[in-house]
Design a protein. Structure first.
Length: 307
């Protein structure tokens, strides 16, 4: 932990800002930062630098992380009382989250930081990078790129010839375009980030060579329709990567999966099959305990079209 902070002052400042606001978070934050690889430390430092260079100062970045931390905690308290998410329709959260530029910007920056701090999010990102084909060419599609970090990572590590993203939030589209433009100022490969509802979007009929959809299914009323459209856009060799969560309340989560088996069943019913998977239990609990106590569980899948 000491070497991380001494070699990366931005991370040290970010950590101190969080602890100044919430000292009780230290027992979670410090082990999380200490568990990062050298590459992940560099990526986190680079992301903070990118934000600072883009005009988001350190107190704002701390506020972004605190926003997602505090809002998620409040939703977890509500879930413990009601055993249900606070909202169940897109209309209930659209204006306050996706179409609210100020809040959505804070939310997306905060969510990006969880990929380096929340253990399950760290592992899902590692799974994404490990499974991403390194020599596959063709057309990469990402549904709901959000903060753009996965999209940008795919451009860095993949060898695809063309990249398309589709997101319903104008703010997310802008954030994704911004991070891509920052890291690829002279990119020659075609890149398109469109603002649209995926189910009504004008993306090509496919098949795509890779389709990625991270943390979207829990945000929509009919996730089975999203999976079915993905199956329709996939070919027999398409690399498909999807993540979602179980019993994991958040301010804009509206579709509640009660256990991972429900996710798998929905995947199969859409004409897709699981090739590889990751299941992350609640922090400090086993998967069995997380299931029994209805605690948050994260899941990620590498899928293929059913043959």
């Amino acid at each position: 932990m000491t070497s991380i902070l001494s070699n990366t002052p931005h991370i040290a400042d970010f950590r101190q800002g969080i602890l100044d606001e919430n000292g009780m978070h230290q027992g979670f934050l410090d082990p999380a930062l200490a568990s990062l690889t050298e590459d992940e430390v560099r990526e986190l430092s680079d992301y903070i630098t990118y934000c600072l260079d883009g005009g988001v100062d350190m107190p704002e970045l701390v506020e972004c992380y605190r926003t997602i931390l505090d809002d998620t905690f409040q939703e977890q308290l509500n879930f413990m009382r009601t055993k249900a998410y606070r909202h169940s329709t897109f209309a209930e959260v659209a204006d306050s989250v996706y179409f609210n530029k100020e809040y959505m910007t804070r939310y997306m920056h905060g969510l990006a930081f969880t990929a380096f701090i929340w253990p399950n999010h760290v592992e899902m990102r590692r799974f994404f990078l490990k499974s991403l084909p390194r020599e596959k060419t063709g057309h990469y599609l990402e549904i709901g790129p959000g903060h753009g970090f996965y999209f940008m990572s795919a451009m860095k590590q993949g060898t695809f010839d063309r990249f398309t993203g589709v997101d319903i939030s104008k703010t997310s589209v802008e954030l994704t375009r911004k991070i891509v433009g920052h890291h690829f100022p002279k990119e020659n490969r075609p890149v398109e980030i469109m603002e649209s509802d995926f189910l009504q979007s004008t993306v090509s009929d496919g098949p795509f060579d890779a389709i990625v959809m991270g943390e979207v299914l829990e945000h929509v009323e009919r996730p089975q329709d999203f999976l079915a459209r993905i199956a329709g856009l996939a070919g027999p060799e398409t690399h498909i990567f999807i993540t979602t969560c179980v019993n994991a309340p958040a301010i804009d989560h509206i579709y509640l999966y009660r256990n991972p088996d429900e996710v798998t069943a929905m995947i199969n019913s859409a004409g897709l099959e699981v090739r590889e998977s990751y299941t992350g239990a609640y922090f400090g609990k086993s998967l069995e305990e997380s299931r029994r106590l209805n605690l948050p569980i994260n899941v990620a899948y590498v899928l293929e079209k059913a043959r």
